[in-house]
Design a protein around this ligand. Structure first.
Ligand code: NAI
Length: 493
């Protein structure tokens, strides 16, 4: 079998395969889907363009998609998050060798430049023959953060306009890279993205930030295909975002810096699902946690959970560790970073790096950037007696840049939702060859609650959970079916 791919080092595949084997043991939801759908092959005919952190857990996701019949091309959704051994194992496949890879085309390596990153994002759409006949190309996107979806939408927009605009001085550097990527693609094929969009049945989106982008597109009537919001499955956001970060945030800080967290003052911006997990983790390590929030409901929650809630400027010079979790932008300015204590640690776990003004840091005259090790940088301020701060992963997701992201068990719940969303949309998108009932139109949907409950159910045995069964009488009294769903859609958990 021969196919194109680009990864760091294919000889790492055995190390990756060992880790995948252990991860499979910790991902009961995905393994149960492989068993349930082995014969039916519900993803046969699906060609999935995937853009999601190329980790060991994602390798198990990819191999579940292919076990259900899909073909896949994959890139990471972050320049630092790829585990090179996992990428190698996915390319080689369970039965291939480094000389004769039998797996899946992956375009991802740890430490990509932005130019390389957007090149990899385009590669997942360049299926053999697709430029000539888009129906041979991707018909599904599996996205995390919305970059793959953005590329298609921008491509279609610029093709309709007949040209790619020039960046303005206010545009972030990354946007100029996106424009350049699309400019060269337009030169190769002026109708590439229109073709890609015409063949796409839909996208399933993993995270809060990507979901926000989808709702914006849908509200402006710009969404080109249906979307399933995987993030807002309860078994995704209330587990991955919270318990996942509770594990991988301290892991990232510790691997990067080895500082003792006990007794330190940790300032966490945002008390949503990710912020709650972050706060609990650092409190568990004995840090004194301070929360900043803009939403009075979340601020009140934080206060009643026992945390100090303050505005950033009031704690800027007393905090030892600053972590942003908002999904917003401009949360900590370069000016505020200069007011921090000597050797304060600054990092972000929100999806994009614009929560911290790293570009602004670089513009400070006389500032010095010292690489302590990859993804750990000391920024030494001029005229401050050698005072410096430590910035993790250059402001990008530190739990994936400095550590290996969330552990397998919690990603199993997230990815079980992803696979079910792919099955659902592939079969029932209005762009699918399907004439049944529940057709998905161009809009954003969440999975039915019964599927959410199924995802949870698939993870109970592994934890030895004894689940109480409703009696028929109890179910009638509550107005429920014994088999679920057990809560109305508006229930908040
Ligand atoms: P969320 O919407 O539940 O929470 C974000 C919170 O930040 C909200 O309560 C909001 O009011 C608050 N906020 C917004 N602007 C703020 C500001 N200027 N100052 C202080 N607080 C502010 O979202 P969720 O699910 O917690 O996700 C947050 C981010 O983390 C998103 O970008 C998401 O994509 C990302 N994420 C990252 C993961 C990782 O592994 N690092 C895992 C899951 C999500």
């Amino acid at each position: 079998m021969s196919f194109d791919f680009r990864i760091a080092d294919i000889t790492l595949h055995e190390a990756g395969r060992h880790q995948i084997r252990l991860a499979e043991h910790e991902m009961p939801g995905l393994m149960a889907l492989r068993e349930e759908y082995a014969e039916e092959q519900p993803l046969k005919g699906a060609r999935i363009a995937g853009s999601l952190h190329m980790t060991v857990q994602t390798a198990v996701l990819i191999e579940t998609l292919t076990a259900l019949g899909a073909e896949v091309r994959w890139a990471s959704c972050n320049i630092f998050s790829t585990q090179d051994e996992a990428a190698a194992a996915v390319v080689v496949g369970a039965h291939g060798t480094a000389e004769d890879p039998q797996g899946v085309p992956v375009f991802a390596w740890k430490n990509e430049t932005l130019e390389e990153y957007w090149w990899t994002a385009s590669q997942i759409f360049l299926w053999p023959g697709a430029d000539e006949d888009p129906q041979q190309g991707a018909n599904m996107i599996l996205d995390d953060g919305g970059d793959a979806t953005l590329l298609v939408h921008k491509g279609v927009e610029f093709e309709a306009a007949g040209a790619v605009p020039s960046a303005t001085a206010d545009d972030p550097y990354e946007y100029t890279v996106i424009l350049e990527t699309l400019r060269s693609s337009l030169a190769e094929n002026p109708k590439r993205w229109t073709g890609v969009a015409s063949a796409l049945r839909g996208v399933t989106e993993e995270t809060t930030t990507g979901v926000n982008r989808l709702y914006q597109l849908a509200n402006e009537d710009q969404l080109l295909f249906p979307a399933i919001n995987v993030n807002d499955a309860v078994t995704k956001s209330k587990f991955d975002n919270k318990y996942g970060i509770r594990h991988s945030l301290p892991d990232g800080i510790m691997r990067a810096t080895d500082v003792l967290l006990a007794g330190k003052t940790a300032v966490i911006a945002g008390y949503g699902d990710v912020g709650k997990g972050a706060a609990e983790a650092l409190q568990g390590q004995g840090s004194r946690v301070v929360i900043t929030e803009i939403d009075p409901i979340n601020a009140l929650q934080a206060a009643m959970d026992g945390f100090q809630v303050a505005v950033l400027n009031d704690v800027i010079s007393t905090g030892d560790i600053f972590i942003t979790t908002t999904g917003g932008k401009d949360i900590i300015s370069a000016d505020q970073m200069q007011q921090m204590k000597d050797k304060a640690i600054v990092g972000n776990v929100g999806h994009f790096d614009n929560e911290l003004d790293i570009a602004g840091l670089a513009e400070i005259e006389g500032v010095e950037k010292v690489e302590i090790k990859p993804q750990v940088h000391e920024w030494v301020f001029p005229n401050a007696g050698g005072r410096s701060i430590i910035v993790l992963s250059e402001g990008r997701l530190l739990n994936l840049g400095n550590a290996t992201g969330h552990p397998s068990f919690v990603m199993s719940a997230s990815f079980t939702n992803q696979v079910m969303a792919q099955i659902e949309l592939f079969a029932k998108s209005h762009k699918a060859d399907y004439s049944g009932h529940d057709t998905y139109r161009n809009g954003v949907y969440v999975l039915p609650k019964l599927l959410d409950e199924k995802v949870a159910r698939l993870h109970l045995d592994a934890l030895g959970v004894g689940l109480t069964e409703l009696t028929k009488e109890q179910a009638d009294y509550l107005g429920l079916d014994v088999a679920g769903p057990y809560k109305p859609d508006h229930y908040r958990y």
